[in-house]
Design a protein around this ligand. Structure first.
Ligand SMILES: Cc1cc2nc3c(=O)[nH]c(=O)nc-3n(C[C@H](O)[C@H](O)[C@H](O)COP(=O)(O)O)c2cc1C
Length: 156
């Protein structure tokens, strides 16, 4: 689970550690699915597409918009690696907190940044009491030189 930080016509953006397990997996296979699920609405949306890193400027800008504690956390955490104890993280955090207590700029680590998934397929799923659930798939196609979405109903 990651926090969706933004979306627009270029895709869906989230931020993470570029040396994490998921980042290694994405460098091997830069394709992913996003799943949004609303239990109360009996609804899900699936988005599939290719993934690329966001520009360094974009990551930099977002990094510095975060609370300083979150910025320090990103430096402290070598995400997905084994840690011998909580105290290791805590001690490093405290050390950095002291170092930057004067309010100076906390540099974004190179291994932290965003990914953008460029959507190539959407599926809107709506549960129905009858169990004959709705599944509407949107896939891109060319029509009269324009990129449009082909909409097809899939069997549930
Ligand atoms: C509500 C919630 C939001 C999260 N948001 C993020 C996020 O935005 N970025 C991130 O790297 N991890 C986030 N995590 C932690 C990830 O789920 C995951 O544990 C972490 O990224 C390491 O994954 P990996 O070892 O597979 O790379 C979140 C977890 C939860 C429960």
């Amino acid at each position: 689970m990651v926090l969706l930080k933004g979306y627009d016509e270029n895709g869906f953006v989230w931020y993470t550690n570029y040396e994490s397990r998921k980042a290694h997996e994405l460098s091997e296979n830069p394709h992913a699915s996003l799943l949004f699920y609303w239990d109360g609405l009996n609804r899900q949306v699936r988005v599939e597409g290719s993934v690329e890193k966001v520009s360094d400027e974009e990551s930099e800008q977002y990094f510095h918009s975060r609370p300083r504690g979150s910025q320090l956390g990103a430096i402290v955490s070598k995400q997905s690696t084994v840690v011998s104890g909580r105290n290791v993280l805590h001690d490093l955090y405290k050390e950095l907190e002291g170092k930057y207590s004067d309010g100076s700029l906390i540099p974004k680590p190179n291994y932290w940044g965003g990914y953008r998934l460029k959507p190539e397929l959407f599926e809107f799923w709506q549960g129905q009491k009858s169990r004959l659930h709705d599944r509407l798939q949107y896939s891109p196609e060319e029509s009269n030189g324009q990129r449009v979405w082909r909409i097809e109903r899939l069997a549930p």
